[in-house]
Design a protein around this ligand. Structure first.
Ligand SMILES: Cc1cc2nc3c(=O)[nH]c(=O)nc-3n(C[C@H](O)[C@H](O)[C@H](O)COP(=O)(O)OP(=O)(O)OC[C@H]3O[C@@H](n4cnc5c(N)ncnc54)[C@H](O)[C@@H]3O)c2cc1C
Length: 258
């Protein structure tokens, strides 16, 4: 079994995250860079399976700037066997379609049985990249899995829906996305950290993947405006001096909330 885990590098959610208002790009240097929290859980699914099934190969795949290699090494220290880093200046400003095309090309090159992604990254949060990859590669997809079971021939799991749960399965090869209901990524131990230094980390360019970022025929979206979230105002405080009900009703009417 050959599993590829899509691992995106994102700004740490605990740090200050800022947008460059001129370019509309995230200021990648404004906070620590870490592996997307849901990608980490996707990696844990793969490593846990590999621990129980000798002969399983777990490959990490990330498209991102130079710093993403450090994040991939951390994933190698946790237990992945090798990593592929797509690094190319043509990815600056990449929209979700280009990101998916690039990742799909790298997945096709690796001939994997199973692709595991997070359901929605902690920065972009589009929640579509894995679905686009499944579409491009014409693979079945299970989304938003809260549990995962893998056999030699299929992958299955439970996904929450409004008012219930659904058990779904797909034959391999397939793409799945997992939610934050799944366990956290294990901590890398000293042995893992040392081993990670020698594990293969391949770097690929868009040319090597035969993806043309500026293809005029391809579907591409562009950022037309970016704005900071307005600072929160202190709000209205209603003090009850016998007329709180009236004040509240007036507030609701004034703000068209009633
Ligand atoms: C017009 C436009 C311009 C943009 N320009 C930029 C830009 O300049 N710089 C920038 O950083 N972002 C930019 N973005 C956002 C960028 O497209 C997204 O960060 C990226 O496509 C992934 O989207 P997401 O994180 O929302 O994916 P989601 O679909 O929410 O991700 C789900 C899962 O897919 C996997 N995944 C997603 N992206 C990657 C990746 N790169 N490598 C490995 N696994 C991945 C992970 O497992 C992740 O948990 C732009 C978006 C648009 C629409």
């Amino acid at each position: 079994m050959k599993i590829v885990v899509l691992a995106k590098e994102v700004p740490d959610t605990y740090g200050q995250r800022t947008l460059n208002l001129e370019t509309g790009l995230a200021e990648r240097d404004s906070s620590d860079k870490v592996m997307d929290e849901v990608s980490e859980r996707a990696l844990e699914v793969a490593i846990s399976y590999a621990a129980e099934h000798p002969g399983t190969e777990v490959v990490l795949l990330g498209a991102g700037p130079e710093s993403a290699a450090v994040t991939l090494r951390k994933g190698l220290a946790a237990g992945a066997d090798s990593a592929v880093h797509v690094l190319d200046a043509g990815l600056l400003g990449a929209d979700t379609v280009l990101t998916a095309q690039v990742l799909a090309a790298a997945v096709a090159r690796g001939h994997y049985d199973l692709v595991i992604a997070g359901n929605s990254s902690t920065d972009g949060g589009a929640g579509v990249v894995h679905a686009m990859i499944a579409e491009i590669l014409e693979l079945p997809q299970l989304t938003n899995l809260n549990s995962v079971a893998i056999t030699d021939a299929e992958v299955s799991g439970e996904r929450a829906i409004d008012g219930g749960t659904v058990q779904a399965s797909a034959s391999l090869p397939a793409v799945i996305s997992v939610t934050e209901q799944l366990p956290d990524l294990r901590f890398a131990n000293f042995k893992g950290i040392m081993a990670a230094k020698k594990k293969p980390l391949e770097t690929l360019t868009l040319e090597e993947l035969a993806v043309e970022p500026n293809d005029p025929e391809a579907a591409r979206s562009i950022m037309i405006a970016a704005g900071e979230r307005p600072a929160r105002s202190s709000g209205t405080v209603i003090i009850d001096e016998g007329d709180a009900g009236e004040q509240l009703a007036a507030f609701l009417v004034q703000n068209r909330l009633a």
